[in-house]
Write a protein that binds this ligand. Sequence first.
Ligand code: LLP
Length: 432
Amino acid sequence: MFVSDCLSVNEKGHLTIGGYDTVSLAQEFSTPLFVMDEEKIRKTCRMYQNSLNTYYQGRGMVLYASKAFSCKEMCRIIAEEGLGLDVVSGGELYTALQAGFPTERIHFHGNNKTEEELIFALEHDVGHFVVDNLTELETLDRLAAGQNKTANISLRIKPGIEAHTHEAVMTGQIDSKFGFALETGEAMEAVNFATRFRHVNLKGMHNHIGSQIFDIEPFQNAAKIMLEFMHQIRQEIGIVIEELNLGGGFGIKYVESDTPVPYGDYMKEISQVVYDTCEKLKFPVPYILMEPGRSIVGEAGITLYRVGGIKEIPNIRTYVSVDGGMTDNPRYALYQSPYSVVVANKASQPAAKKVTIAGKCCESGDLIQEHTMIQEVEVGDTLAVLSTGAYHYSMASHYNRICKPAVVMIRDSEPRVIIKRETYADLIRNDL
Ligand code: LLP
């Protein structure tokens, strides 16, 4: 009935998440509130792991892309589930370290890692660096030498694939700020260059074609192109690259019309392409890494708001204003992302009213959804926006000096706060 299987309706007609009444959650923890279902997150981690075991004999590792949602508790959950972690900044790395995440399972990404970040990562023996450009390669070698270490690296490659998704989250094409292009010969030059350094160990190739992708085909094509490149490296330079990171990007359900492919099927189809291509090229089957972010946490989270003003503009539209907005969800403003919205205290009623959900920021573009169908709505109702577990808290801002909401995790039908709600004092903490 809802876009995520962790949501349901109880006997009071209230929306539940992980079996817990969302209206009670809004009362207990106040709004706006992010709520996440831990069981759903863990189940998805296991499903990825199992599909890697089933279809690829376990010769690989699933890394959780922590940019989707990063906090200490999330890192602990991922560590417990045995996954690795993709971090893209000193801050995400620091969070993981503070949570005690095993550093050998951390992969450090980013197209402009600063020297400070690289030194910090080297000092903590981060397991793997995904190198984006030649400057980074030279810097990393110099800094690793300074610490008398050798950094395991892979090179981020642009395979020249245009996945069908929003252009702001498309990354595999030649006009992308990320990585080395194949078509121009830049990627092969980078491999050549990398082999000259003594303090980096070239272990793998990486690509990530984009995010919120529903087709398997672009992933299959990317895998094939990457293997052909690895084969070419062996022929031209004489080294065998052992690891292939296929990135993340698997789509989730925001609205009914979204049709994500079951994640297990991705692995099945991709494994087949990897096996077939390796056989054709007589190339040793590589260790595979994949980096899902959105698909691990996205459908496991919702946002709860309280309805404030309702403004009916005759023959135009009805604005329903909530106590959050683009500060906790900038995705409609940025990508026109579709969402399912439910009046949580009337979840069993038909969604018969067309409304526009507006935030409380001082700008007209602060909308969460336009012309969407919800239940008959009144001031004081609790509104739930679904599938907000990924790229919401992590993209939240302090615009208009609005405090970031709390995040509550539900486990065994019990809620616990995993990120406290910010206070006004937090807002001025660094003001002098
Ligand atoms: N690996 C790399 C190198 C990435 O750049 C990303 C996402 C991922 C993995 C994880 O992709 P996922 O499985 O989550 O699709 N803010 C945007 C999404 C940006 C994605 C950035 N990179 C949004 O809200 O839709």
